[in-house]
Every structure is written in C-alpha cells, then in structure tokens.
Design a protein. Structure first.
Length: 482
C-alpha cells in the first residue's frame, strides 16, 4: 500500500463524547399495574394486556376482531410524553402510529423484558419490549450529557432494586457479554430505499419491511405483500422521523429466528430531516446500528461490544456519518455462564439489495472514524454489493485483517478510503481480480505504522482511552475538503 504522510486520519470525539452517556435509572411515582416486588407507585408499565387502556398514550389495537391480546398491536395513538421521574417497562413491542409523536424527556430510562411466554422453544409467540416508530410517526428523545435517555433490559432495574421484577429468577446486573435481553429501537421513514427483485432499474421495489416485528394478523392495506405497520421507504428524502440525541441503547437484540436478531438501532428509509446525535449502542446481539436505505445523517455515534457488525449499511443509504467509533468484544462468558462469540466486522457496508453495478448504490460520506477490534474473528471493513461510499480521516486497529471486498463489488464501483491509518496488515485473496480491487481500496490506508499510539487499548479487560497519545501519527493535519 502506498504511504502518505502529514495527515490526520483520526477523530475519536465520537467515543470520548458518547461515552459520557452515563447510566441513569429513574425511580419515582408512576400510575398503574403491579409487577412482582413493585407497587403501582413505583412504575409505569407499558404494553401489558391488562393495562389501563390509553395509559401513557398506549392502546391495544385489535387487528382481526377476536379481541385477544395475541392478535393485535400496542400503539401510541395520540401525541404522548413519557416524563422524567417514572420508570417505563415495555413487555411487548410498542408502535408509534403514523401522524403521532412520542416525546421522551431527558433522564428517562425505558426498561424492557423478554418472556418465552407461549410455546416452549418457539419464537413465534415470545413477548419482548421494543419501540418501533412507524412510517409517518415521530420520536423526540432529546437527552443531555448528564441526563441521557436510556433503553435497556429490566435486569438493570432488578439489580439496582435487588428485586426480581419479571419473575425469571435473575437479578444480576448485565455485563458486556449479556445480549439479546429485549428487542431494540426501530425507526421507519419515507426516504428512498433501493431494494430490487432482480438486477435492473425496472426491478426496483423501493419499499421494504423490517424483520422481526411482524405482528400476527396485521393488515396489508395496499396489497403489496408487505405488512403496513413495519414497512419503510418512499420518495421523501427530507422526511423527518424526529430526534435521537444523547441516547443509550443497551443489551438488546432479541433473536426472532435462528441466527437472526434485532439491531440495537434500526433505521429503515429514514430521511435527512431526522436528527441522530450522541448515540451509543452497547452489548447488542446483532449489529449496533444499521441503515436500510434513506438519507439520515448521524454524528457522534459509538457502538461497543455488539455481537455482529458495528455499523451496517445497505439498500442505497446515502447519508453522512461523522465522529463514529466501534469497540469490538472478545469472546467470553455471560451472566448465565454461557460462552458468547466475539464481534464481527467493524463495518459491513453493502450497496444495494439484489441489484447490480448499474443500479443505485449506497454512497454515504463517512469521516472521522475509529474502529478498534478484539484481535479475533473478522475484518475491520467488509465491502459488499457494489458499495460506493467515500471514507475519510479514520483509524483501524486490533483486527486480524483489514478489508474484504466481495466479488460483486469487484465488478463495479466500490469504496474509496482516503487519509486512513492502520497497523493491520491486509491479506489479499488469491483471486486476481478480487486482489486487484481490494488492493486498490486498501491503498487509501497507510499501513506502514508499527503503532498508532492510543493512550490505552486493553482488550482483555475492556478498558479503553482511545485518544491519540503524544507523538501518535494520528495527530497530523486532517483532510477537510470532503
């Protein structure tokens, strides 16, 4: 790889600032319904079958007329505010309806449970908390550095109270190896999304549905074969789904099918009018943050200790990403004593779904990124499906290999890296075409660096101070004309 000098490839403002999302658990008067060990004065419970209709803005909406709790959905059907000073516990997915805004005040913690409530071993009737903002709905979740908004597992509250709230016998505070304990946060918008039924512009579908959240008996009003309530995409690239600022999402990633889990933060067709700033995802069972198409921008985002990829991009995503960081997790043992795998790629970046090199590709601008691996498993970057992004001013370290470029990307436009630094060798594939493409992509890295010199990277103990140390090659001038 060619060597370049006098450049700044580094900015870990994302990690340093986002790590300021300190854990905050509120406990104060609520309204209704008793769970084991708690009184109605302790907690607001959302999405329970026997909860007071309309409480906290949530209403059970029957979808087939049978009026049973397993054949409908829980919706926020009117503009609603979840206020600081109350604990909110989700036992099932809650959908923010089209035309409705859910506001969550700074300092609120939203806890979620998971229950294998139905058929043992079957996932079809499991119950798990999540928040899904449907297409046309909005979420306004504006935390602060000192009072972030938290989405996490009920186990954090149970450990703090030494009380088994959900009756599962577990009251241990979760660690970085505890994942999949609830669902996640999902935002669906109206911006353009590029998924195809086959190669060629005539096969563009332009809409899709999010996996893992299809409620039973949910209608398909437009007869397009997709469940309306989990559909995303459209033609409004400036669409706004609201604001997430100073938000922490922890220990999610419910596995809804074998080897298929929910992302920490899922963004489907989300438009550029949406604000995403100072967001962390911690110990999720799937990807940390995934964009399916759309034009949303994210600034100051941290993904730490997730099972799969840090940032996953697909379906023609064309937003901007700045000050992003990934800390990968080594293999280890969770609180139940089970062995858990190490993390996968820092970024898995795909161009489009089922299209080809002539179809619309993901082409975001990504700058100021820091990817720190676990010295196990996968590569820092996987480039797939004709991804055509531009990546500037970054650093990658502690991965076994730097980049993988797949065969389809070798046939068309692919990523361009510039002003990047790494101490990771790039092992080229034996295939001559792939090797040439991968070598070209990797040429944007200066890999002739023996030590990138971060203040502290202690993978075994998960202890990090990822700022550049004095004398680090990361402290030279940055590229600004991007």
């Amino acid at each position: 790889m060619k060597k370049k000098s006098n450049r700044n490839r580094f900015s870990l403002t994302a990690a340093v600032t986002a790590l300021g999302l300190a854990q905050v658990a509120q406990a104060a008067p609520g309204s209704f319904l008793t769970l084991t060990g708690l009184t109605p004065a302790d907690v607001d419970v959302i999405a329970e079958a026997d909860a007071t209709a309309g409480a906290n803005g949530v209403t059970f909406v029957d979808t087939d007329g049978a009026e049973t709790a397993d054949d409908g959905v829980y919706k926020v059907t009117t503009d609603t505010t979840w206020t600081a000073g109350s604990n909110y516990i989700l036992t099932r997915p809650v959908f923010v309806d089209d035309g409705v805004t859910l506001t969550i005040e700074a300092g609120v913690t939203v806890y979620s449970t998971f229950t294998d409530a139905g058929t043992p071993g079957s996932k079809a009737d499991d119950e798990f908390g999540s928040v899904i903002v449907t297409r046309g709905g909005k979420i306004i979740a504006e935390g602060t550095k000192n009072a972030p908004i938290n989405f996490t597992t009920i186990r954090e509250l149970e450990a703090a109270r030494a009380t088994d709230i959900d009756g599962d016998g577990v009251m241990v505070n979760p660690t970085r190896f505890d994942r999949g304990l609830w669902g996640g946060v999902v935002i669906l918008g109206k911006a353009r999304t590029y998924n195809y039924s086959a190669a060629g512009a005539a096969s563009l579908i332009g809409e899709n549905e999010i996996e893992g959240f299809a409620p039973a008996f949910s209608p398909d009003g437009d007869d397009d074969g997709r469940t309306d309530i989990i559909e995303y995409g459209g033609s409004d690239d400036a669409d706004s789904s609201g604001t997430l600022r100073y938000v922490s999402i922890r220990h999610g990633g419910y596995e809804f099918e074998s080897n298929k889990e929910v992302n920490g933060l899922t963004l489907g067709g989300v438009g550029s009018g949406t604000t995403l700033e100072f967001i962390e995802v911690f110990a999720n069972s799937d990807d940390g943050i995934e964009f399916f198409g759309g034009t949303a921008n994210i600034k100051n985002g941290l993904v730490a200790f997730c099972k799969d990829d840090g940032f996953d991009l697909d379906e023609g995503y064309t937003g901007n990403m700045q000050f992003i960081a990934v800390l990968q997790n080594s293999s280890g043992t969770n609180s139940a004593g089970d062995t858990v795998d190490d993390s996968d790629h820092g970024g898995e970046w795909d161009g489009n779904d089922k299209g080809d090199a002539n179809d619309f590709q993901s082409a975001p601008t990504i700058s100021n990124l820091t990817f720190i691996g676990d010295n196990e498993g996968d590569r820092a970057f996987k480039i797939d499906d004709f991804f055509a992004g531009r990546i500037y001013n970054g650093v990658a370290t502690a991965f076994p290999d730097l980049i993988e470029v797949t065969g389809d990307s070798a046939a068309g436009d692919t990523a361009v890296f510039e002003n990047m630094t790494t101490d990771i060798p790039n092992e080229l594939p034996s295939d001559v075409v792939l090797a040439a493409t991968e070598g070209s992509v990797a040429s944007g890295f200066d890999e002739a660096v023996a030590d990138i010199m971060l203040v502290r990277v202690d993978i075994a103990n998960a202890s990090y101070d990822p700022r550049p140390a004095a004398g680090s090659p990361l402290l030279s001038a940055a590229k600004t004309d991007v």
